[in-house]
Design a protein. Structure first.
Length: 179
């Protein structure tokens, strides 16, 4: 059952990525799982994108970004995201930087909160460097201003011009008759 967001709920942005297994399917089931989180309600989901791994080897990624209203605390939401990752077979091999993954859910933004602790940094410290985050985000929030003052759309274009390739492949959310 969808739970109505409370007055205290905040707008959160979450990035979804996968490059092991059936990534497109994983992102769709992860979107469904996000929509069952208590006090959280989907505002908008980007399309589904593909990108080459950044600063890592391995298969291409499937990517998307979603905006939600959420009444959980940032820490509880992160724990819930990690639980969804785990349910999709996410492993974290020790000592492997940017290891391929069945599902990665990163919390990009939680309202206007700034956090800097061991387990959670907000806004996400690398979102402005990643076309695979900004190109999907530019589809749903092109005019939003990044912490450094650049718009999402400008930063997405700039990173693509610098060689980070991200391609839209189709809708993320599919109706039951599409599958
Ligand atoms: P990646 O940085 O490639 O997404 P992981 O998914 O393995 O790496 O996450 C490593 C750690 O990053 C997590 O255990 C989590 O505690 C921490 N972390 C810090 N800030 C964030 C954030 N904004 N969103 C998600 N994870 C975060
Ligand atoms: Mg992560």
């Amino acid at each position: 059952m969808a739970v109505k967001a409370s007055a205290a709920s905040e707008v959160v942005l979450i990035s979804l990525g996968a490059n092991l297994g059936d990534g497109a399917r994983t992102l769709r089931t992860a979107l469904a799982a996000l929509q069952t989180l208590p006090t959280c309600r989907l505002i908008e989901a980007s399309s589904l994108y593909r990108s080459a791994p950044v600063d890592a080897a391995g298969p291409d990624y499937w990517n998307a970004v979603v905006a939600m209203h959420c009444g959980l605390t940032p820490e509880v939401l992160l724990a819930r995201l990690q639980r969804i990752e785990k349910a999709h077979g996410r492993a974290r091999p020790t000592g492997v930087h940017n290891a391929p993954r069945t599902l990665d859910l990163d919390l990009l933004l939680f309202g206007s909160r700034h956090l800097q602790d061991e387990r959670l940094v907000l806004p996400h410290p690398r979102m402005h460097l990643r076309a695979f985050v900004l190109v999907p985000l530019a589809e749903i929030w092109p005019h939003w201003t990044l912490p450094d003052g650049e718009s999402v759309a400008q930063a997405a274009r700039r990173l693509q011009q610098l060689g980070q390739q991200v391609e839209r492949v189709g809708p993320l959310a599919v109706s039951p008759t599409d599958s």
